[in-house]
Design a protein around this ligand. Structure first.
Ligand code: MRU
Length: 325
């Protein structure tokens, strides 16, 4: 199963807002439909929205002959969500080949295929690292959803979990719920169950305590943007897990493709953190009229990150290779 693909002249994706209850595939023929799908998180996860944006530009080339309309469609795709660098990067890479539809589609499919290849490389490098740092049978805690649903197949951090399972070297997995949209509770558990991997679910705030109690050997999660100085921008709650890992003396490992590394962003302070508004947090539980603050992502400073695994390298500290200081 591919989370997103180009089939018979349209973008086809699994609607992640309907999981785990229903597995529904949407066929999207217009840029407006695709932008809505990205903003509503029907498709989500940094590499997956990078592929969505790239395929969206091909869709735009098919839909619009007028250069001004085409440029407006590209702008809508590029700015649909601000934090994951993959989206704008995927859109720009394909838009450089406009107005040729054939060239745009060819490049978008290359981006899709690169992400598929990246997942395989990260699985191998990440599993080698976990075995090196924690030995066999590591008990891992992961946050948000970093599986095939967040990429095209297999995933980033979750691809490492799948690989350790294949190696019979996985001691356990705890999925952190991921308030408020519950990507961990709804999607990571769904993927682990499909793979036949035993797992448990924990509320986000239990993470640091479980680490302190010695029930976790390493935290492993993904990224939406890795900055030049090695700061990791990822789903809100990641920073709390990093503080917990530091206090417990266990590794905090980030797994993300090179397409998520953004050397043009100096540090996490330079990243626009998407705020998804009050309703997602206060909507069903708080008294009517309660205002919420809802940053969808946070920044884990580089000094709390034990290692970053990409499809090409494993490193700690700066992503750009410059001396720390
Ligand atoms: O808001 P989302 O669900 O798109 O956020 C996704 C994440 O934060 C993931 O952890 C991140 O994209 C890395 S997964 C490949």
């Amino acid at each position: 199963m591919r989370t997103i693909d180009w089939i018979d002249g349209a973008v086809v994706l699994v609607d992640q807002t309907r999981l785990p209850g229903e597995e529904v595939y949407l066929r999207l023929d217009t840029v407006a439909e695709l932008v809505e799908a990205i903003q509503r998180l029907r498709v989500r996860g940094a590499p997956a929205i990078g592929v969505a944006g790239a395929l969206g530009v091909a869709l735009a080339a098919k839909q619009y002959a007028d250069p001004a309309e085409l440029a407006a469609a590209v702008h809508l795709l590029e700015t649909a969500r601000p934090t994951a660098v993959n989206l704008a990067r995927g859109v720009r890479r394909v838009a450089a080949l406009l107005p040729s539809f054939d060239a745009a589609l060819g490049e978008a499919l290359r981006i899709r295929d690169e992400e598929i290849a990246s997942s395989k490389a990260m699985a191998r490098l990440g599993a080698d690292l976990v075995e090196k740092l924690c030995g066999a049978d590591a008990r891992l805690l992961t946050h948000c959803n970093t599986g095939g649903l967040a990429t095209v197949v297999e995933g980033t951090a979750l691809s490492v979990v799948f690989e350790l399972y294949r190696r019979e070297s996985l001691g356990g997995v705890i999925a952190s719920e991921t308030r408020p949209l519950l990507q961990g509770a709804r999607l990571t558990t769904w993927e682990l169950r499909r793979a036949g991997i035993a797992h448990r679910l924990a509320v986000d705030s239990a993470g640091p305590f479980l680490m302190a109690r010695g029930e976790v050997d390493a935290v492993i999660l993904g990224a939406d943007r890795i900055c030049a100085n090695g700061d990791v921008v990822n789903k809100v709650g990641s920073y709390a897990h990093a503080l917990g890992a530091k206090a417990a003396g266990i590794p905090f490992i980030c797994v993300a493709p090179e397409s998520t590394v953004d050397l043009s962003t100096p540090s996490g302070a330079d990243v626009e953190i998407e705020d998804r508004g009050s309703a997602e947090v206060a909507g069903t539980t708080a008294p009517e009229g309660t205002e919420a603050i809802n940053p969808a992502f946070d920044v884990t400073p580089a000094h709390l990150v034990t290692a970053i695994v990409t499809d090409e390298r494993v490193f700690s500290g700066r992503a750009d290779g410059a001396p720390a200081g």
